[in-house]
Design a protein around this ligand. Structure first.
Ligand code: COA
Length: 372
């Protein structure tokens, strides 16, 4: 398709939303009208999830009730644990979450007894449990209890991962990254979730579509690829030479560029500062310096900026999170945004079904099998 015919739907307004603005002049990124900088600095992820789902910031009482509700839903049914135990240690954790989402949809389907919002909260509460139950079973042969009473999603995630409560700095860092990842307008996975919703499919199917779309390296998968890239290099100079060579071969550098933002990604500065603070030893500081050099080379050579995924990769790595769990953390957070979009799509639904320009053969006569 030629560029002027909107390949990749670039620049096409594909619907209305009251949830988020991306790249609007002077605004950067807002969730329900609130600047991402304010949310990243002050808000808990649970507050942001409530904001996205209900349209307003929770009062203290609302936040306490909402957090308590999420905490109470962290346990996994036995049947789901059995499904997770069957998945091989070699599975990609994104496939595990996609499967866990489907399995929960069979066990606790949306319907008269379970409203959409209840499903949204259940998935938000249980995705960290599913991921880490499988992770601990597949990697360490341990069947962990996932019904923790950690006060936040970030604390719960790190507790299940590390096997002990995490230090406050790491919890705060993960919390901020969850806030930054929560919502981003009509990105590919949200659009996939809305397309699925528009057919009047159930909530789990729409979230499953979102997970599938997020998995690819041009979208959420970029943070894992960014980490692999950074770790390939021994030093900043080595990174500069390597990235220049990749650019010469016209390879993509994962964690750079964006469809909508043209000058910078407003989420990059906060996550970069978090990564800088989390780098505590010589090896970490070297990786951070490598990341900064890649950022400088990309800007100097191509005027392309680091997006959220690039420095999130380092922040997660410095927090002791294994690389294959990076994109699943994106799922855990973005479920809040997907859910808000599913509810918004349902509130004013029309089947999303565009048309295509045909480029195939002219009409021709069918030739029966015996004559071919
Ligand atoms: N590395 C190297 N070159 C890049 C690049 C990257 N990460 N991102 C864009 N470019 C180049 C393209 O090759 C293209 O160059 P050309 O005009 O010489 O062909 C130009 O910049 C425009 O890019 P384009 O592919 O048209 O942008 P897009 O809007 O279709 O794609 C992304 C946007 C995000 C898919 C793209 O920037 C990308 O692939 N980034 C890497 C993956 C990533 O980090 N994804 C997470 C996004 S939050």
């Amino acid at each position: 398709m030629s560029a002027d015919k909107s390949g990749g739907l670039a620049g096409v307004v594909a619907g209305e939303t009251g949830i988020c603005t991306v790249g609007k002049a002077g605004l950067g990124l807002t969730y329900r009208g609130y600047s991402i900088n304010d949310l990243a600095e002050h808000a808990q992820f649970e507050e942001v999830a409530f904001l996205l789902l209900h349209g307003h910031l929770p009062s203290r009482a609302e936040l306490e009730a909402y957090s308590a509700r999420l905490i109470s839903q962290r346990g996994l049914p036995k049947e789901l644990r059995t499904v997770l135990e069957q998945l091989p240690a070699s599975a990609h954790p994104m496939d595990v979450l996609r499967t866990g989402c489907s399995a929960l949809g069979c066990l606790e389907p949306e319907g008269p007894d379970r409203a959409a919002l209840a499903v949204a909260n259940r998935l938000l509460a249980s995705f960290p449990s599913m991921l880490l139950y499988w992770h601990q079973f597949a990697q360490n042969g341990k069947r962990i209890e996932t019904q923790s009473d950690d006060p936040s999603m970030a604390a719960h995630f790190l507790h299940l991962l590390l096997g002990q409560p995490a230090e406050a700095g790491r919890v705060a860092a993960l919390n901020t990254s969850l806030v930054l990842y929560a919502e981003h307008e009509f990105n590919a996975s949200t659009f996939a979730a809305r397309v699925t919703t528009s057919t009047m499919a159930d909530f789990y199917s729409a979230i499953g579509a979102g997970i599938g779309a997020l998995r690819g390296p041009l979208h959420g998968g970029a943070n894992e690829w960014a980490m692999e890239l950074i770790q390939k290099f021994q030093s900043p100079d080595d990174a500069e030479a390597g990235v220049l060579e990749m650019l010469r071969r016209k390879e993509l550098i994962m964690g750079f560029g964006h469809r909508v933002y043209k000058k910078c990604d407003p989420r990059t500065a906060p996550i970069k500062e978090i990564a800088r603070k989390l780098a505590r030893n010589e090896a970490d500081r070297n990786l951070f310096a490598i990341g900064e050099r890649i950022e400088a080379v990309m800007w100097r050579e191509k005027s392309i900026f680091a997006n959220l995924d690039f420095f999130s990769a380092l922040a997660y790595h410095f927090s002791g999170i294994p690389t294959p769990l990076f994109t699943p953390i994106f799922v855990i957070s973005r479920t809040s945004g997907w859910a808000a979009h599913i509810l918004e799509q349902r509130a004013n639904n029309r089947l999303i079904r565009p048309t295509a320009e045909y480029t195939g053969p002219e009409p021709r006569a069918f030739v029966p099998l015996a004559q071919r």
